[in-house]
Design a protein around this ligand. Structure first.
Ligand code: HEM
Ligand code: NAG
Ligand code: NAG
Length: 500
């Protein structure tokens, strides 16, 4: 007997008569098919690899050291899809343009924002955004998008230009300033004019700024986990939210009574109506929507203008930006408006590149309501179970070396025609503004604002960054440059290129 047929099963098979042999072969083939498919099925059900963490507290310690540090450590070990446990939550990261497609495109019934962004509710107030059902939220998002469409933007830009011109008259002929705090102030003024309206900008600026300050300080890392924890910062937040409601209620009533319309976001919300019920927004809803806009747009924009300056004043890329200003001036003189700003492609790319390296929102989150399958970069297929928090990270994904050449260097030309590195690997290669279903609605507003500021500065001042180049403040809720960003300035008029 040979070695094989000494195995009991085979021995039996070899010694059986042909019809039995056939039957048993058939049965065993079916069995094998079943086992193979079961194995295959199991591999399709394989869950993403997990970050090794401490029992009980899970990845809290790793997370608190900074989520980006954790991603940089784990990505080389675990690949582009993995799960980390933080307290009782499983957070699954999808890192890369292919991996994050589902994150950005999935319908609300599969991946939703409401659960993970709940901590905003006490700040924005009741009845808006993450405090309402999806159908109402959809309508409210329509109000945001209508208030930010091009026809409105054109009049917002006039306010942006006015505020910038006015603001920098208070600078001397030369001096040294903290650019970060200067631009924060300017953007607060502009946001208050364009979004909150004339009344706040002209009469109640300090009151409202102070109240927003309390709202801001009431959003701490701990607030994300325990938004209603009775701590002084949360009490001040709640008080400020109530006072803002009173202030806006007065303004709204006066506006309605006067019958006068202004060109600002407040007016857009006053005039908005729910399609489902035909009802106008309540004063409290309007207040909440305005707060949400400021939270979405203010720190993000001011941080981005500061990084843009810090990078450009490093000199190497300033030349082409100044040339573009001179060239635009040769056609339009000193004037700035929506269409003229839209011509500035070099400045656009300079801002976009600052934002690639320094996205202020470093983590985007969703809650998963349904299992889904995702492939990592190595081709392994995983099932992400329902109940996981799903995350992606602009700060990490924007620097992937297979998407961006020399990813840590500031190089605005990577977006120029011919290179367009953000397009080669797919739609979700550049995610500073998110993308897909919930992509930022304020992106054009933000670009207009930042272009206005830097056009004005370059046309009227010679500027120089005083080293060191700023570090990144990873501990902030909205991530920006750490500490002061000192700049030396000297007034001078940029001359238009002679028309040839
Ligand atoms: C440089 C400035 C800005 C950056 C980097 C930025 C970034 C983002 C990101 C990453 C998202 C997606 C969040 C997610 O997927 O979970 C988002 C959404 C949003 N942003 Fe912005 N934003 C900026 C300025 C603004 C401004 C100025 C406004 C309004 C005045 C605004 C309004 C919104 C709104 C309404 C959404 C929600 C869209 C939705 O969920 O459907 N943003 N933004
Ligand atoms: C997290 O994942 C682990 C391992 O797959 C699982 O046992 C646990 O139930 C999950 N927890 C939640 C809250 O989904
Ligand atoms: C604004 O602040 C001033 C000075 O603190 C105060 O007198 C005034 O009552 C405030 N106005 C409103 C509407 O809260």
């Amino acid at each position: 007997m040979d070695r094989l047929s000494s195995l009991p099963g085979l021995h039996l098979l070899v010694n059986l008569s042909p019809p039995y042999r056939l039957a048993i072969l058939l049965v065993s083939t079916l069995l094998v098919a079943k086992i193979v498919s079961a194995l295959f099925f199991r591999s399709a059900q394989k869950k993403p690899p997990r970050v090794r963490t401490w029992p009980l507290i899970g990845g809290v310690r790793k997370f608190m050291k900074g989520p980006i540090n954790m991603l940089r450590e784990e990505y080389p070990r675990l690949g582009s899809v993995f799960t980390v446990k933080v307290l009782h939550r499983n957070i699954t990261f999808l890192l890369g343009p292919e991996e994050s497609v589902h994150f950005f495109k999935a319908p609300e019934s599969e991946l939703s924002q409401q659960e993970v962004y709940q901590y905003n509710v006490p700040t924005f107030g009741p009845g808006v955004v993450f405090d309402v059902d999806y159908s109402v939220r959809m309508e409210q998002f329509r109000f945001f998008s209508e208030s930010l469409r091009v026809s409105s933007l054109k009049s917002y830009v006039q306010h942006m230009v006015y505020e910038a011109e006015n603001f920098f008259t208070k600078w001397g002929d030369e001096g040294i300033v903290d650019l970060k705090s200067e631009l924060e102030q300017l953007i607060t003024l502009t946001a208050s004019r364009c979004l909150l309206g004339k009344e706040v900008r002209d009469q109640l600026f300090q009151n409202v700024s102070d109240l927003f300050h309390d709202l801001d300080n009431g959003m701490l890392p701990i607030s994300v986990l325990l938004p209603y924890l009775p701590i002084p910062a949360h009490r001040r937040r709640d008080k400020a939210r109530k006072q803002l409601a009173e202030i806006f209620s007065n303004i709204i009533q006066n506006r309605r009574a006067s019958g006068k319309k202004e060109a600002d976001m407040l007016q857009a919300f006053i005039d908005s109506k729910y399609r489902s019920s035909g009802r106008y927004l309540s004063d409290n809803e309007i207040t909440g929507m305005l707060i949400a806009s400021l939270f979405a747009g203010q720190h993000t924009s001011s941080i981005t203008s500061t990084w843009t300056g810090a990078h450009l004043l490093h000199k190497q890329f300033l030349g082409p930006v100044l040339d573009e200003q001179r060239e635009v001036m040769s056609r339009h003189g000193d004037k700035l408006d929506y269409d003229i700003l839209a011509e500035m492609d070099v400045l656009y790319r300079a801002i976009k590149e600052a934002l690639r390296l320094h996205p202020p929102l470093i983590l985007l989150l969703r809650y998963s309501h349904k299992d889904f399958v995702v492939k990592n970069r190595e081709g392994n297929q995983y099932t992400v179970p329902k109940g996981h928090v799903v995350a992606t990270s602009p700060a990490f994904a924007n620097r992937l070396p297979y998407v961006y050449k020399d990813p840590d260097s500031y190089d605005p030309d990577r977006f120029a025609p011919g290179r367009e590195e953000d397009k080669a690997a797919g739609a979700f290669s550049y995610i500073s503004f998110g993308g897909g279903r919930h992509g930022c609605m304020g992106e054009p507003f933000a670009y207009m604002q930042i272009k206005t500021i830097w056009s004005h500065l370059f046309r009227n001042f010679e500027l120089e960054l005083i080293p060191p180049f700023p570090e990144i403040d990873w501990d902030a809720m909205v991530v920006g440059p750490k500490g002061k960003v000192m700049v030396r300035y000297k007034r001078r008029a940029l001359t238009a290129l002679p028309i040839s």
